[in-house]
Design a protein around this ligand. Structure first.
Ligand SMILES: CC(C)(COP(=O)(O)OP(=O)(O)OC[C@H]1O[C@@H](n2cnc3c(N)ncnc32)[C@H](O)[C@@H]1OP(=O)(O)O)[C@@H](O)C(=O)NCCC(=O)NCCS
Length: 330
């Protein structure tokens, strides 16, 4: 008899079990998984963002937690959307536990009038079937977008670093750590908004969020407990207009780096800015964080300009991420 219940966020031991079940279920079929760390999970569940609420469910079999689910509900944009993640321990799969977690999460999503459900599943690079993909397909989800998860060993050898561009004629590259300087933050927020609009997202039924300075600051403050960040932005010297940025996260206590956004603004494309920005960050990583051994990135499988830069830098695909979507009637 399976019992589905809310995770008790006031019980640290219960939150830890939730984390361990999520890790074990995900790692069972994904040797290259990049998962949220314990500090990240604590930050997401215990210091929630004002932009998303989360509901966390556990499935128990005779008192033992064998599965988890998380429902993420955007609060300030996309009121029709709900993000769903379901995890079931390998030894208890194909007993309907995933479906029960899904059904309860969907009941809650509907109560919040959410009609489009989104969830990520992963397959090997060649697209071979996985448990997650079979499960999502059985529940009526369809592929809305695909990304390649790629990785690159760090630190790059000195000879390799020496061959990377140091900049682009007519631009200065500015870098910062935990907090974007006050005089840049407005332009930086505008570029974040543009990133949401320009990054290929296939058929995902969502409206890109608008970033203002408050949203940038809130993100910086909240994520500092779980990650260190490094950002680089390119500013045209003739008129001070920003041409693009790149952002990486270094999770505390881990040996890897996550490459997040890279954007070159439309008027500034074709000058090598994307490569120059990423190269600057790779240099900073080699000089200041030689303990990091790998960097991960995710790119739309149709995003040829970004894929080309990553190939030139030496990134290689390790798995495929599929964004699965289902539209329901209320
Ligand atoms: C995907 C996952 C949650 C499924 O959990 P589960 O408890 O085994 O799922 P269920 O038993 O409820 O399966 C429901 C249906 O999905 C399909 N399905 C699930 N796993 C499958 C598999 N490995 N192969 C083929 N079909 C599968 C079947 O149609 C199944 O119904 P059936 O058993 O009556 O044929 C589990 O494999 C898992 O945790 N995987 C890793 C995390 C993940 O990918 N999560 C999904 C994305 S959010």
């Amino acid at each position: 008899m399976i019992e589905i219940a809310d995770l008790d966020l006031t019980d640290e031991g219960a939150v830890r079990v939730y984390f361990e079940v999520e890790q074990a279920a995900q790692r069972a079929d994904r040797p290259d998984a990049v998962l949220r760390t314990w500090p990240q999970l604590q930050q997401m569940l215990l210091q929630p963002s004002p932009y998303h609420t989360r509901q966390s469910l556990v499935a128990r079999d005779e008192g033992r937690v064998v599965g988890t689910a998380e429902l993420a509900l955007p609060q300030q944009d996309n009121p029709h959307l709900a993000g769903l993640q379901v995890n079931v321990l390998q030894e208890t799969r194909r007993r309907g536990i995933g479906r029960e977690l899904h059904d309860e999460a969907v009941r809650r999503a509907r109560a919040e009038r959410r009609t489009t459900l989104l969830g990520e599943v992963f397959t090997p690079v060649d697209g071979a079937m996985s448990a997650g993909l079979a499960f999502a397909g059985a529940l009526g989800f369809e592929v809305a977008h695909q990304e390649d998860h790629q990785s690159l060993r760090l630190p790059l050898p000195r000879t390799r670093l020496a061959g990377l561009p140091v900049g682009v004629e007519g631009y200065e590259i500015l870098t910062w750590g935990p907090r974007c300087p006050d005089d840049l933050v407005e332009a930086y927020a505008e570029m974040h908004t543009r990133m949401g609009q320009d990054a290929p997202s296939g058929d995902i039924d969502f409206q890109p969020a608008t970033f203002d300075v408050a949203r940038i600051r809130e993100g910086e403050e909240r994520t500092a407990n779980a990650y260190q960040q490094i950002a680089a932005a390119a500013r045209r010297t003739s008129d001070g207009v920003f041409g693009g940025y790149t952002l990486v996260y270094l999770p505390h206590g881990e040996d890897y780096v996550v490459q997040d956004d890279t954007l070159v603004m439309p008027d500034h494309r074709g000058h090598g800015l994307g490569m120059a920005l990423k190269s600057r960050v790779l240099r900073i990583l080699a000089e200041e964080h030689p303990d990091r051994t790998v960097i991960h990135t995710w790119n739309g499988t149709a995003n040829e300009p970004m894929l080309r830069i990553n190939r030139e830098l030496g990134f290689r695909p390790v798995e495929r991420e599929l964004e699965m979507q289902r539209r329901d009637q209320l």
